[in-house]
Design a protein around this ligand. Structure first.
Ligand SMILES: Cc1cc2nc3c(=O)[nH]c(=O)nc-3n(C[C@H](O)[C@H](O)[C@H](O)COP(=O)(O)OP(=O)(O)OC[C@H]3O[C@@H](n4cnc5c(N)ncnc54)[C@H](O)[C@@H]3O)c2cc1C
Length: 367
């Protein structure tokens, strides 16, 4: 048995714990300093922009495609295993297209590529968009149509994370909450340092592999291991609103996305609206700006005028872990160590890429 310790109980650590719990030769221990999904994951909207992303090749697309392939079966599997209902919108994503963008030829190219890979993208004219999504005010914008991606999804990130952890535990994984990893013990191995033990207060855990999936908390951990991974907190704010009736066609409630504003239907007249993208200052600090949230909210109202009458029932913010100086995410061995993997820095797409990350870690350390 290979003893695998995972630090971090956000969506990424939880997905890795679940995927490894399916391997007969892995004994999994997950350590989370708070409760599940209290970090970036707890703020996410769970929009899974896979097929509709502009990534066409290389690692960025391969990861998206791996997640697209895994997601539907993962949700079915978890619901059956844990008897939990995971809110998962299978009605696709509608991405608004603006005349000023003038990039229909590029979309056509992408459409052909995706079609060949088995992920249809459908171009909607302005009139087709209006008939499918009458909640949109097309007159106030230069929206000249949309791209509809029926294979893209949206999931509740917190409920998903909890279900992944419950599933992992049912499969034999040990999860410890309120367990902050402070000390990591290593010795020289054959090709580099080898981590053998992790300490939490007076408790210690032996391991053959360490996976650091601690989001922004990965920086202090890698610093402790003398291999600091530069990560930047990029803040996002979002809102939950309630309307007396559903927006648009009741039986067609996809995620609507335009100009970086997502409108996420939750059922019962509830919607998530977001999110801001706020970068840290020179000292690395970032505080939620009410003005930036107001900009997002006013833009959302301009697209969907009925929102003006909505009741705002919740407002929150979170910090996305963005790698500094390299692309997101970071899924790689930690330099100088022979048994440490990084699975972090997912920036704006951690919920989307969690299943693909888990598969990559499984391929790297399990047979
Ligand atoms: C407003 C907003 C909207 C977003 N919307 C989307 C979206 O629509 N789609 C999408 O794919 N992504 C979205 N994201 C991005 C997504 O939230 C992140 O990419 C993702 O949650 C990262 O997951 P994670 O598990 O790596 O990190 P986290 O969720 O931050 O989890 C890391 C965990 O590690 C724990 N930890 C840290 N240090 C230690 C330690 N020393 N010991 C023990 N535990 C430790 C923390 O407590 C935390 O729970 C959004 C983010 C924000 C802020």
């Amino acid at each position: 048995m290979s003893r695998v310790a995972i630090v971090g109980g956000g969506v990424v650590g939880a997905a890795i714990a679940y995927e490894l719990s399916l391997c007969a030769d892995c004994a999994v221990t997950l350590l989370e300093r708070e409760q599940p999904a209290k970090g970036s994951t707890g703020a996410a909207l769970g929009v899974l922009m896979g097929a509709i992303s502009r990534k066409t090749r290389g690692r960025a697309w391969e990861l998206r495609q791996a997640s697209l392939h895994r997601y539907d079966s993962l949700i079915d599997e978890l619901q059956a295993l844990t008897s939990r209902v995971i809110p998962y919108n299978r009605q696709g994503i509608v991405l608004l297209h603006f005349a000023s963008g003038a990039d229909w030829p590029q979309w056509q190219k992408l459409q052909a590529q995706r079609q060949a890979a088995g992920w249809p993208l459908v171009r909607w004219s302005r009139s087709l968009l209006q008939s499918h999504c009458p909640q949109l005010d097309l007159d106030r914008h230069d929206i000249d149509g949309a791209i509809y991606s029926p294979c893209d999804r949206q999931v509740d990130p917190v409920i998903l994370t909890e279900a992944l952890l419950a599933g992992a535990q049912q499969n034999g994984a040990e999860c410890h909450f309120g367990a902050e990893v402070q000390e990591i013990i290593s010795q020289p191995g054959q090709t580099g340092q080898r981590v053998s033990q992790i300490e939490i207060g007076s408790q210690s855990f032996s391991c053959d592999w360490l996976v650091i999936a601690a989001g922004l908390g990965s920086l202090p951990l890698t610093r402790h291991l003398q291999q600091p991974l530069a990560l930047q907190p990029v803040l996002g704010q979002a809102l939950q609103v309630k309307l007396p009736t559903l927006l648009g066609v009741p039986e067609f409630q996809p995620v609507l996305s335009g100009d970086d504003i997502h409108l996420v239907p939750l059922g019962g007249g509830h919607y998530w609206v977001g999110a801001t993208v706020e970068f840290p200052d020179a000292s690395g600090q970032v505080a939620a700006s009410p003005e930036q949230l107001e900009v997002v909210w006013q833009r959302a109202i301009a697209f969907y005028p009925a929102l003006a009458t909505a009741e705002i029932v919740r407002q929150w913010s979170g910090q996305r872990p963005r790698p500094d100086g390299q692309g997101a995410p970071v899924i790689s061995p930690l330099a100088g160590y022979e048994n440490v993997w990084l699975a972090t820095g997912h920036y704006r797409n951690g919920v989307l890429l969690a299943p693909a990350t888990a598969l990559a870690i499984r391929a790297a350390i399990a047979s």
